[in-house]
Structures are given as C-alpha cells and as structure tokens.
Design a protein around this ligand. Sequence first.
Ligand code: T3D
Length: 256
Amino acid sequence: MTILVEARGGYRRITLNRPQRLNALTAEMGDALLAALEAAEADAACRAVLLTGAGRGFCAGQDLSQVGGEVDLAELLDHYNPVIRKLRALPMPVVCAVNGVAAGAGANLALACDIVLAARSASFVQAFARIGLVPDCGGTWFLPRLVGGARARALAMLAEPLPAETAAAWGLIWRAVDDAELMPEAEALAARLAAQATAGLALTKFALDLSAANDLGRQLDLERDFQAEAGKTPDYAEGVRAFLEKRAPIFTGRRR
Ligand code: T3D
C-alpha cells in the first residue's frame, strides 16, 4: 500500500508509504492519495487531516525511474493536480508533518497543506531546475505568495535545499521543530484543529485563498457572506454561549 490511512480522534493520518524511494510519487500513488482525501471528506467524524511520510523522507517528488521516453508529463500531472486542488478545497484543515526531505512535487505537496510543520533535519528542494523542468503541483503559485518574488525565483532556479529552520524563518512553513517532537506536535495540532469549529475553519481557509484574486472591496463582500454562513452554524452559537458561561466550548463541527 503506497498510501496508509489511520483514523485518529477526530482526524485522519495519511502517510505516503514508499520509504525505499523517499516516498517518490507515481500516478497510482497520486490517485490513491486523492481517494484517501475524498474518503476523509466523506467521513462526518473526520474534522482534520494529517499528512506525513514514512521513513527518512517526506516525498522526493515524481519517481524519476518511471518517466522519460514515451511518458507524457502533462498526463502525469492529471494524477497530481487533482490532489493539490482537493487539499485546497477540503472543508477542514490539513496539517503536514514534513519528516525529511521534500523535493520537487513533494515540496509543493507540503506547501498545498494548511499548516506545515517540519523536522529540523528536513529540507525543501524545488528540484525541477536540476532536470530541466518547471515547478509544478502549484509551486509557481505557492512560492511567490509565501516567500515573495525574489526568494521564489532563487529557490525555483537554483534548486538548492532550503533547511527547515530557514523555511520557517522565511514564512514558507509554520514551524521547524526538533525531529523527535515532530509527530507528537503534529498529532497534537491535528487533534486540536479537529476539536475546533470545522465550518468556520473551512471558510477561513477558502477566504484566505480567494483573497489572492480579490481586491479589498470584493474581499470585504466575501467576508460578509462567509461570516453570515459561519454565524448560522451551531458551533458559533456554542462559542458565544461558552464565552458567556466562562467555560471551554464543545464544538461539533456540524454545519447546521
Ligand atoms: O508530470 C510531471 O511534470 C512530472 C512531475 C514532476 C514533478 C517532480 O517532482 S520533478 C522532481 C523529481 N524529483 C527530484 O528530482 C528529486 C530526486 N531526488 C533527489 O534529488 C535526492 O534523492 C534527494 C535530494 C531527494 C534526497 O537525497 P538523499 O541523498 O537523501 O537520498 P538518495 O540516496 O538520493 O535517495 C535514496 C533512494 O531514493 C535512492 O535509491 P537507492 O539508490 O537507495 O536505490 C534514490 O535513487 C531514490 N530516489 C530519491 N528520489 C527519487 C528516487 N527514486 C526515484 N525517483 C525519485 N524522485
């Protein structure tokens, strides 16, 4: 099984599982990852996803032993782009625990998640330029938005490994943590998010993404509409009630 799925308290942990190839991606693996995300979305008890890799790497990008010759790269991306789209459209937060090197499409798979933690020993490599390719899986979209144009261009064109701590300092990821702390911290974060108001978090995620294409006026309109929707959820009522009663809220994640 190239993708492992475990149901935890309120969230699903999805593990890329080809450790002998640093979890390098194949078309079948892309399809299996998409199916795992769709299954998480269909499960009402699942309110967050945690994505990580087995072994010493997170993901080394496309499996290069399966390309070349007659392989149509555009066709290959038909297996990966739906995964990136699904990560951004999933109505729940996705935590990524980058346990080792994240290269090529593997780096951009991590950047497509909502909150990225990385082990201090991990690194991010936009490896594409080394083999004459263009950053894909959203790399050309995520990079300039996260780190700005100057750093995006150098990362994409030089293909040098960016250590996790620098990635955090530059705003490419949320935090770099000690290697031994990565999975405990990522699990705790996923569990914490799974206990929050899921619909509000989903709308927050979509609003932040949509801001990239909006001017302030349109974004204010969008916030008004999204707020109206969040305000109809039982979790909003519970949040206010809990505040007034000076207790911790108990959110259900239900939309209605
Ligand atoms: O449609 C499309 O557009 C195609 C999609 C393209 C998107 C892409 O992702 S293009 C970029 C593809 N990825 C790369 O170019 C990265 C290649 N890998 C590396 O540069 C290095 O392996 C790493 C920097 C990631 C890690 O280096 P290191 O020294 O820690 O490990 P290693 O010894 O190089 O790799 C360990 C094993 O994994 C090794 O196998 P072996 O010798 O022990 O049998 C190595 O060949 C294998 N491996 C690593 N990356 C890949 C891979 N095998 C196949 N494909 C890989 N991408």
